[in-house]
Write a protein that binds this ligand. Structure first.
Ligand code: PRP
Length: 217
């Protein structure tokens, strides 16, 4: 039997996903060792392989079939624009993609004047401003702590994830527009789904069932 490979995004989401998989009977003891520097973990019995990658690389591994399945946030899926199938909403890590900035930027945002936007998500920002709002804007790509940009005068507004809203609040910024809700998704490689339909659909079905049972309480 061929191995089914699952790509997980390093960090909190990977831990939550593993806990969820465990409830469906899919375990990977090797992965629980905090000190390990291993990158790939195997469950010989179930013929499964798991690996942890940088979040933004998960859709790439899945598109190329290096991973059959992946679990990653819809922010990354939208940003990366890879050819993958988004098959299940895990409802984990719920948050929103927003345009945020100082209250004073609200007027400028809707004035039609040129504005500059800083974001870790240039493609999401571009799509929203160009294709949804039909507004020409300048987009500056940053790699983190994006809230700094309007404070120090790098940009007028930001496009970023808002979860609790604490980061914005503590920096005197507000949500100006909501772009879309986000959550963790299971993504699948198209060819893998054809090749291993039975095993992959079972994993998805079991996850769905676990989520439904959890929601009943
Ligand atoms: C994310 C996001 C916001 C913050 C939102 O950043 O980019 O900065 O979390 O969360 P909140 O609404 O609950 O405050 P992350 O922690 O990933 O760090 P980074 O910006 O440096 O990438």
């Amino acid at each position: 039997m061929r191995y089914i490979t699952i790509a997980l995004a390093k960090g909190r989401l990977a831990k939550q996903t593993l806990a969820l998989l465990e409830q469906t009977g899919i375990t990977c003891e090797e992965m629980k060792d905090k000190d390990t520097r291993k990158l790939i973990f195997v469950n010989e019995e179930l013929k499964l392989k798991f690996f942890l990658s940088k979040t933004s690389d998960v859709p790439t591994y899945v598109e190329y079939g290096a991973a059959d399945l992946g679990v990653v946030g819809s922010d990354t899926i939208l940003e990366e624009g890879r050819k993958i199938l988004d098959v299940l909403d895990l409802g984990l890590g719920k948050c929103d993609m927003c345009v945020a900035g100082p209250e004073s930027a609200r007027e400028k945002l809707n004035s039609g004047r040129p504005i500059r936007i800083a974001s870790k998500y240039p493609n999401i920002a571009k799509n929203y401003f160009y294709n949804v709002k039909h507004q020409t804007v300048e987009i500056v790509k940053l790699n983190g702590s994006v809230e700094l940009a309007p404070i120090v005068g790098l940009s007028d507004v930001i496009v970023d994830i808002v979860e609790t809203g604490t980061t914005l609040k503590e920096n005197g910024l507000v949500v100006l527009e909501k772009i879309c809700p986000l959550s963790a998704r299971v993504v699948v490689n198209e060819a893998s789904l054809k090749l291993e339909r039975e095993r992959i659909t079972k994993i998805i079905k079991d996850l769905k069932q676990t989520l439904n049972t959890e929601n009943e309480y």
